[in-house]
Ligand binder design. Structure first.
Ligand SMILES: O=C(O)CCC(=O)C(=O)O
Ligand SMILES: [Fe+2]
Length: 295
């Protein structure tokens, strides 16, 4: 059907039209049905390579030792490499990738903000990252049907279970709770019976609803598994990383309004002497126009 300028769904009309124009309607159906979807080829080979190289450089400096992505045996378990956004222009490109951002906008509305940009760098051994929902840190259960947080996670190395890939529990966004301690395991006799490996080539983006149970398998061979987690939240949630008051001069280019909003420019709360001002009035006008869940 043709999507009109329907007054009941003012934000959704544009969001849906963009998803259709980008050829993502099947991804949208998968996201609704299973709580996650894979966009293969979301990044071209050169961007995938650039992200991987930059993250390795940052991780080596942070961890104070050389890392061998093909043959690493020393570094086991998961190391979180945080706060990547301002470290190289290629990270901004990954956040603004149209396809993942269109699905994130569907899940979180057009006022969502970036919560964190991190890499889960994983070497061989250990127990993997146990199953969890990202609706953590104070979001009460039962979770709501709509997302408060959402994740678009790029694979920067080829994903297989043996390589330590992402793990998902299809349909778990409808459980509206965290897994219990009997439902978190990935390996051996603790492995949760419904978990599946996301075996996709490097450059894929996996997008999921904030409720969906996921984790990542232990790596069973030498080398490193690298991802880039672009993690977003609705504007009333405290972001994990500090962007709003720390944007480097010149970082937001001419016309990059969406980037500015993602970094907190349009957030209304947290005023000082300037008061609520024009931002508050503008938001009230906008909300008055529509009270659907997309706002
Ligand atoms: O290591 C992974 O692939 C999973 C990371 C994860 O749980 C997340 O980004 O929320
Ligand atoms: Fe997670």
């Amino acid at each position: 059907m043709e999507i009109g300028d329907w007054t009941a769904t003012p934000d959704l009309n544009d969001i849906y039209r963009e998803i259709r124009a980008l050829g993502l309607e099947t991804n949208l159906a998968e996201l609704e049905a299973y709580g996650f979807t894979v966009i293969e080829g979301a990044l071209d080979a050169a961007t995938t390579q650039a992200l991987k190289a930059k993250i390795l450089e940052i991780a080596e400096a942070r961890m104070g030792k050389p890392l061998d992505p093909e043959a690493e045996t020393e570094h086991s378990e998961v190391e979180l490499i945080p706060y990547l956004l301002y470290k190289d222009p290629v990270f901004k490109q990954a956040v603004l990738n149209q396809k993942q951002l269109a699905l994130i906008t569907y899940l979180l509305g057009k006022h969502c903000i970036l919560s964190s940009l991190t890499c889960h760098l994983k070497g061989p051994g250990g127990g993997g990252l146990l199953l969890h929902s990202d609706s953590a840190n104070g979001i009460p259960e039962p979770f709501s049907a709509y997302s408060h947080v959402a994740n678009a996670n790029y694979a920067l190395t080829d994903y297989t279970e043996e390589n330590g890939c992402l793990a998902m529990v299809p349909g778990s966004h409808r459980m509206h709770r965290q897994p219990t301690k009997w439902e978190t395991g990935l390996d051996g006799n603790r492995r949760y019976e419904h978990v599946i490996p996301i075996e996709v080539p490097a450059g894929s983006a996996v997008v999921w609803h904030g409720n969906t149970w996921h984790g990542s398998f232990p790596r069973k061979k030498p080398g490193l598994r690298l991802n880039l987690a672009t993690y977003f939240c609705r504007e009333y949630i405290q972001p994990q990383e500090a962007y709003r008051y720390h944007v480097p001069d010149g970082f937001i280019g001419e016309g990059e309004d969406r980037l500015a909003r993602l970094l907190g420019r349009d957030l209304v709360h947290n005023w000082r002497d300037e008061g609520a001002g024009a931002k508050f009035a503008a938001r009230h006008r906008e909300i008055g126009r529509s009270r659907t869940w997309q706002n």
